[in-house]
Design a protein around this ligand. Structure first.
Ligand SMILES: Nc1ncnc2c1ncn2[C@@H]1O[C@H](COP(=O)(O)OP(=O)(O)OP(=O)(O)O)[C@@H](O)[C@H]1O
Ligand SMILES: [Mg+2]
Length: 348
């Protein structure tokens, strides 16, 4: 693309951002540049001074392993801000990383993805924390809308587009037509809840206490919503603390055990998809028969979940390319083509 001088100047100074402030991961897209940051939504602070010691991957390493004077935590829960001060510190830290610690001339405008079921108070908290972290203006977009745009669905067409975004804290299902959300439903169930289900299963069955990070690894390595014959035999060695003897021990978990642990969560995800389908106006429903369902979010990578949803609904199901980046890519596209996509932003 050929730049005119004025535009070139603008692109140097403009650092407008699209942000997916997720329960599990924060991803930042900078206008004209693309994704510049992808970090776990975790922050570690000094318990006495509240000074940020680490954020992102480095802080995630510390989860559950900190001495008393350090607090490492995830400031977002169920897709929304659980701790305002820490969210703001984390965001400020990330923005500083993007700016390479340099001062910038213009405070950025930000488009932030928020869950569709967000309350006014929760939305306000997101806007305020972004402003405190340095934003000049803050716009919000519903996450499933951003996910649909990021997944490449033709949201502007007069036809039904269904997207299922399974994140760490929430699962959101939306039907979109003509740049508007026609129906959406969200449940506060997602990848985190899967991790907790694995922790509980291992505790019940083996009297073994494991951490949520270990559970996440189990889920990603051998977890599945639907098993095929070869996968049933997969297994993983899991280390934790024996609840009876109190000493560390190792057990071997099979893929079918993990599948059993995840059954209930998977069922609630399918239930919300079913509710959305039942509530879709008939003209749009008929579009879904051919176009099917697009899945996004990290949780959509759970093995066999796409096949299971397809089996349960009878519709074609596809996992988006780069599912963890759909929301940020969609919000980024809105930022780049603001005129065309402005009606997809949430009104104040
Ligand atoms: N291969 C995989 N299999 C199963 N789950 C996965 C896989 N990769 C990532 N995940 C899970 O995806 C979740 C993170 O997804 P994502 O980044 O989309 O969530 P988020 O946007 O931060 O959360 P939310 O949208 O709920 O606020 C985590 O729970 C993670 O364990
Ligand atoms: Mg998300």
């Amino acid at each position: 693309m050929k730049f005119f001088p004025a535009q070139k100047l603008f692109s140097i100074f403009s650092n407008d951002m699209a942000i997916d402030l997720g329960t599990a991961n924060t991803v930042v897209y900078v206008r004209n540049k693309g994704i510049l940051l992808n970090e776990p939504s975790v922050v570690a602070v000094d318990a006495n001074t509240n000074k940020v010691l680490a954020a992102g991957k480095q802080a995630k390493e510390m989860l559950g392993k900190t001495p008393e004077n350090i607090i490492a935590c995830r400031p977002m829960r169920d897709g929304v801000i659980a701790n305002f001060k820490l969210t703001e510190s984390m965001l400020r830290h990330f923005i500083r990383i993007i700016h390479n610690d340099r001062r910038t001339l213009i405070r950025p405008r930000m488009i932030i993805g928020v869950p569709s079921g967000i309350t006014q108070v929760e939305k306000r908290a997101v806007e305020d924390s972004a402003k405190q972290a340095g934003a000049r203006e803050v716009y919000t977009i519903m996450e499933p809308m951003a996910a649909a745009i990021g997944a490449g669905l033709p949201v502007q067409d007069p036809c039904g587009n269904m997207v299922v975004d399974i994140g760490g804290g929430t699962t959101e299902v939306a039907v979109i037509s003509l740049k508007s959300v026609v129906f959406c439903r969200s449940v506060r169930v997602g990848g985190d809840e899967m991790d907790r289900a694995i922790v509980n299963y291992v505790k019940r069955k083996y009297n073994l206490l494991i951490g949520e990070r270990t559970a996440e690894r189990i889920k990603i390595d051998v977890g599945a919503a639907l098993l095929d014959v070869n996968e049933e035999k997969q297994s993983i060695d899991v280390k934790g603390r024996d609840l009876i003897t109190g000493v560390p021990k190792t057990v071997t978990l099979t893929s079918s055990e993990v599948n059993e642990a995840l059954l209930e969560i998977v069922a609630s995800i399918i239930e919300v998809v079913r509710v959305a389908l039942e509530n879709t106006p008939p003209e749009l429903s008929s579009d879904l028969v051919d176009k099917g369902i697009m899945m996004a979010g990290g949780g959509s990578l759970l093995r066999g979940l796409d096949r299971l949803i397809s089996k349960e609904t009878g519709l074609p199901v596809q996992v988006a390319k780069d599912p963890l980046f759909c929301v940020v890519n969609g919000a980024g596209k809105v930022l780049e083509e603001l005129d065309f996509f402005k009606d997809t932003l949430m009104s104040v």
